[in-house]
Design a protein around this ligand. Structure first.
Ligand SMILES: [Zn+2]
Length: 467
């Protein structure tokens, strides 16, 4: 564990940038010293002219290991995370098998602890409706639960074990059970019956081109799911979280629910704000994500929600697939899987928006750091740089610029990372630090596989790396 002083930087602390030196001992921030007054240590890092930001906490991430190592694994995924300034990611429960109990969670933890370069949390799925499964997942240190409201793809049932709940009675029971654990339930809100209704209505006119994806999953698919979910959440009292919000109506529903006292939060991703329908024409299946990218009034509503602090989390939904898997979608967009590797664009895009004055700094940085940490119960050590926190940080040059190139991505599915290929961002990530260790610097990965530790909510009773 490193002792290091990060000196002469401008440090982000509770919404403000302050000139101070960050004193790191044993991998923790122990003191914020006036410039030039940090106690001596052999290693000093000069951050003159740089912002010192808390490391990003990405609450929506897929590497899917041990399944599909040709797409990604904990090592390659966490290299991409490090390059994107992400020091903790929460891996979704989709794998082989899906994480539906403590035993599966523990085996994934073991795998991640031998291969991840940065820290991680693991979601579990409550859909078996079995108290033994749910309690064991909580005891094993699940960061939260995840539920999909649409059906699992027919050829991937094992991966989605316990994750997809299309029946309202089962959903009611699952939310009730999760509410008793005190953990957050993140929900992929796309309603299966609405997907079916739209498909039936479109019939032979459903289309096969890239532009058809958005028609096949119009906002009603998401809004209908979100509305019944929020109504249920109010009644059940579960801590609910809407994953990857793409619709302006859902953003408004979320605000309304919260005004009524529902313990609800939401997240959106860079691609829902940065792009419109043109991205499908440009990149075809490589831009196919669920829910679809809508652009227009929806993107504007999401931007406003982020600006006003109504969309508390910003996440990547990093979702790697191989070029071969994606390419079949050029024939018929319905055949391509949904998802795109994007963790390297998450912080870069939103910090670019801060630098060009489109979004306020505090709303953005908090949504990338302290908000996810606090929502999921790891804020004692993650998401900020006050003394006592893990020394997870990003040195960021606000006067630099960076252009992402798919070929230089650290994701194993780099060649399908087309959405951000060639995109130039204001500002530049210089280096990323996890618990005082530099894991990424100026285009190079310095971290080592197996350094990453699991984080778990503080109410969890097991030993999870001190959190
Ligand atoms: Zn996802």
């Amino acid at each position: 564990m490193k002792d290091v002083n990060i000196i002469n930087g401008t440090v982000y602390l509770a919404g403000e940038l302050r000139e101070c030196d960050v004193v790191v001992r044993g991998g923790k921030v122990v003191e914020l010293a006036a410039p030039g007054t940090a106690p001596d240590t052999p290693e000093q890092v000069d951050a003159e002219g740089l912002w010192v930001l808390p490391g990003l906490v990405d609450a929506h991430f897929h590497c899917r290991a041990p399944a599909y190592s040709e797409r990604e694994d904990f090592e390659s995924g966490s290299r991409a995370a490090a390059a994107g300034g992400v020091t903790t990611y929460f891996e979704m429960p989709i794998s082989t098998p899906g994480v539906y109990n403590g035993e599966v969670l523990n085996s994934r933890r073991e795998l991640a602890e031998t291969s991840s370069l940065v820290d991680f949390g693991l979601y579990a799925a409550p859909g078996t409706l079995d108290w033994g499964d749910i309690n064991s997942a909580v005891e094993a240190g699940a960061i939260g639960f995840k539920v999909f409201l649409h059906a699992a793809p027919a050829d991937r049932l094992d991966e989605f074990k316990g994750i997809c709940i299309t029946d309202d009675v089962q959903l009611y029971k699952a939310l009730r059970m999760v509410s008793k654990t005190g953990l957050v339930c993140s929900v992929h809100a796309e309603d299966e019956s609405m997907i079916q209704a739209v498909a039936e209505e479109l019939g032979d006119d459903a289309g096969t081109g890239p532009e058809a994806h958005a028609f096949q999953r119009p906002p009603v698919v998401e809004d209908y799911a979100s509305s019944r979910l929020l109504v249920l959440a109010e009644h059940v009292g579960v801590r609910i979280h809407l994953a990857h919000v793409s619709s302006g109506f859902t953003a408004a529903l979320l605000r309304l629910a919260r005004e009524r006292g529902v313990d609800a939060s939401g997240e959106t991703c860079p691609h829902y704000i940065a792009f419109g329908n043109e991205v499908m024409e440009k990149h075809g299946p490589f831009a196919k994500v669920n829910p679809p990218i809508r652009g227009g009034a929806d993107a504007a509503a999401l931007r406003a929600a982020v600006k006003h602090g109504d969309m508390e989390l910003l996440v990547s939904d990093h979702s790697p697939f191989t070029v071969e898997e994606k390419t079949v979608g050029f024939e018929d967009i319905r055949k391509a899987p949904s998802g795109s590797p994007g963790v390297e664009g998450l912080g870069r895009y939103f910090l670019d928006q801060v630098l060009i004055g489109e979004l306020p700094m505090r709303a953005v940085v908090d949504a990338l750091t302290i908000n996810p940490a606090a929502r999921f119960g790891i804020e004692a050590h993650k998401g900020h740089l006050f003394p006592g926190a893990d020394a997870d940080l990003v040195l960021f040059d606000p006067n630099g610029s960076a252009t992402l190139s798919a070929g230089e991505s650290f994701s194993r599915s780099r060649n399908s990372a087309k959405m951000w290929d060639g995109y130039t961002f204001r500002g530049q990530i210089i280096s990323t630090w996890v618990r005082g260790e530099c894991v990424y610097k100026e285009g190079e990965i310095l971290g080592r596989p197996g350094f990453g530790r699991m984080v778990a909510p503080k109410r969890c009773q097991v030993d999870c790396g001190g959190v």
